[in-house]
Design a protein around this ligand. Structure first.
Ligand code: ADP
Length: 596
């Protein structure tokens, strides 16, 4: 459908957006965008959930670690004031009296406890009975010793030289009246806690200030570094803390998704929640696998795709049904139209038959009419001619008698009568000839004023004899001219005047008027009379040949028919109408000369 007044590009655009392909593309695009949006939303929600759960778990792990550490924090402080240990360091009692004492403390706390003298050599230890006994070993190189010697509380994570086991070393100086005697060391074992982490199946990491992972639920990450370490740092760490462990850099990639830290370790991606533990200089990380995000996103895409396919199919199904319904309705409508058409066809056929019947009847009527007209004509002609023939026969017989009597004068008189009768007969046959022959007059310019004057003058004696007032206001010299045959036009006017004369015979006031009017192009000739006028029936057949209301012998019914033909040949028209005051008038309109 074309909308009027729209530009060509608009029309093209209108057609494109109305097309089926466009509708399909639009629907697919909208569905794809919706599915993508749902997937994005699911990813965001799952990430948010993972992050908040991670935060909770991280705090839990951090609290557990802190509790374990805090449990032992005061132990070195308390032991540094133990008389036995002070006595031992003052060489007042042998180590054998202190070792079981330390062993008791160790059993109760689960930690390894040992005493270093001023030079950093172990003089008593809780593991004195084990093959890894620390007795006699010097740890002056360990930072916890140097820290304690300088009066500070020592504390750091390291792998034990003898035990080969990692642990957190807490140290405190043993003093007597302000003089440094030695150092008490408590090594907290965090391995048990680490085992619990492993069993939980969660990914937890604790890294030191250098980024070296020393506690983790995943054994493979242990003693690896989260960032690349310079060689001298590695060497130093190996010397004092990690016993020549290689400390390789952990292969990981970091990036950010929706403001969350994402770590990629090998093929697994994790969301990282991390917390700084400033009191130890450590950082604890809780890693949540992004597998759930991936799965949830995939699930969301699948569910959304199934749902949208279902919606699309439902929509298509409904549309299909609607179209079927419309088609069915259209088929019904078409059937109804077909039935109406069939009925119409039958009706037309019936009408056709009726029309044929009517035509046949009409033909028969025309035929009958023609025959009737022919009958009327024959009767009229027979009567018209019979009368003079009978009269002639009588006159001839009379002439014979008069000749026998030798009355020549009377014979001459009779012959004059006979000549008059033959003239009348000639007139009748002449009228018939005019009607039968195709009129072909001589076309000249006719001055109507003069023509009317002549015809009126010829008829005047007849009128005055019948007591009819024939009047005309037409000036014989008026300059109204037409083109045509003047004799024929005279015949028309004469015919009209004769008819009027006949019409006024029975009227009380007997007047006939001839008028001539003009318009720009036409000359209008009017003949009116004060007769009885023309009845409706007569009006219909007025110009038909052989139509007459006059008695047989008074008219042939050819006058108006001939006049009609003549006026038509001159490109004019003739019509009759009744006057309001009574009587009839005939109006002849002819094109003025030079106007046609
Ligand atoms: P005819 O004069 O031989 O009858 P026309 O063709 O001249 O034939 O006229 C046909 C008929 O028209 C007449 O018989 C008459 O009935 C009617 N008619 C003609 N002129 C007049 C008139 N002025 N007033 C009334 N009737 C008329």
């Amino acid at each position: 459908m074309r909308s009027p007044g729209r530009s060509e590009p608009y029309q093209k655009f209108y057609h494109v957006i109305k097309s089926k392909t466009f509708a399909v593309l639009l629907t697919v695009s909208i569905l794809s965008i919706s599915i993508w949006q749902i997937a994005e939303l699911t990813e965001k929600r799952t990430l948010d959930q993972l992050a908040s759960t991670g935060e909770l778990r991280l705090n839990l792990y951090a609290t557990t670690l802190r509790n374990t550490m805090e449990k032992h924090r005061h132990l070195p402080y308390v032991l540094a004031r133990n008389d036995k240990i002070i006595d031992l360091l003052q060489n007042n009692i042998p180590a054998i009296r202190v070792n079981p004492h330390l062993e008791d403390f160790a059993r109760a706390s689960g930690a390894l406890i040992y005493v270093l003298d001023q030079g950093g050599t172990t003089v008593a230890t809780s593991n004195w009975r084990t093959p890894q006994s620390l007795l006699g070993h010097n740890y002056s190189f360990r930072p916890y010793f140097t820290d304690a010697r300088s009066g500070q509380t020592g504390g750091y994570y390291a792998v034990g030289l003898q035990t080969r086991q990692p642990g957190f070393f807490l140290s405190y100086p043993v003093k007597d009246k302000g003089s440094f005697l030695g150092v008490i060391v408590v090594k907290i074992n965090l391995e048990a806690m680490q085992e619990t982490w492993k069993k939980s199946g969660e990914a937890v990491i604790v890294s030191d200030a250098f980024g070296v992972i020393f506690l983790t639920s995943n054994q493979e990450w242990k003693y690896t570094s989260l960032r690349e370490l310079p060689d001298h740092t590695t060497q130093r760490l190996q010397a004092v803390k990690y016993l020549n462990l290689p400390l390789p850099t952990l292969q990981l990639e970091r990036h950010s998704v929706r403001n969350y830290n994402i770590l990629q370790l090998d093929t697994t991606r994790y969301l990282e929640n991390a917390l700084q533990l400033p009191e130890y200089g450590w950082r604890i990380h809780y890693l949540s696998s992004l597998e759930a995000v991936k799965n949830n996103k995939a699930l969301a895409i699948i569910v959304a795709t199934i749902l949208s396919s279902f919606l699309l199919l439902t929509f298509l199904y409904i549309r299909e049904r609607r179209q079927k319904l419309i088609s069915r309705q259209e088929a019904k409508r078409a059937q109804a139209v077909g039935e109406i058409n069939e009925r119409l066809r039958l009706e037309i056929a019936k009408h056709q038959l009726t029309e044929n019947d009517l035509r046949q009847t009409q033909r028969e009527l025309v035929q009958a009419d023609k025959l009737a007209a022919l009958g009327r004509m024959s009767a009229a002609i027979a009567h018209e001619l019979n009368q003079p023939v009978t009269a002639i026969r009588t006159f001839v017989a009379s002439c014979r008698i008069l000749l026998e009597r030798n009355e020549v004068d009377k014979v001459n008189e009779n012959l004059d009568f006979i000549a008059g009768l033959t003239d009348r007969m000639g007139k009748i046959t002449g009228q018939l000839k005019t009607f039968a022959r195709k009129r072909k007059g001589k076309v000249v310019t006719i001055e109507l004023g003069a023509l009317i004057y002549n015809v009126v003058r010829q008829l005047e004696p007849q009128c005055s004899k019948a007591g009819v007032a024939l009047s005309t206001e037409v000036d014989r010299n008026c300059r109204v001219s037409i083109r045509g045959d003047s004799l024929q036009l005279e015949q028309v006017l004469s015919n009209l005047l004769h008819n009027s004369l006949d019409a006024v015979q029975q009227a009380s006031s007997k007047t006939i008027k001839v008028l001539l009017q003009t318009t720009n192009e036409k000359a209008i000739l009017t003949v009116s009379d004060s007769g009885a006028g023309i009845s409706d029936e007569v009006m219909d057949s007025l110009f038909d040949p052989f139509f007459t209301t006059k008695e047989i012998g008074k008219g042939l019914g050819l006058g108006l028919s001939i006049a009609y033909g003549i006026v038509e040949d001159m490109d004019g028209s003739i019509r009759a109408e009744n006057l309001q005051a009574g009587g009839a008038q005939f109006i002849v309109e002819l094109p003025q000369a030079g106007q046609e």
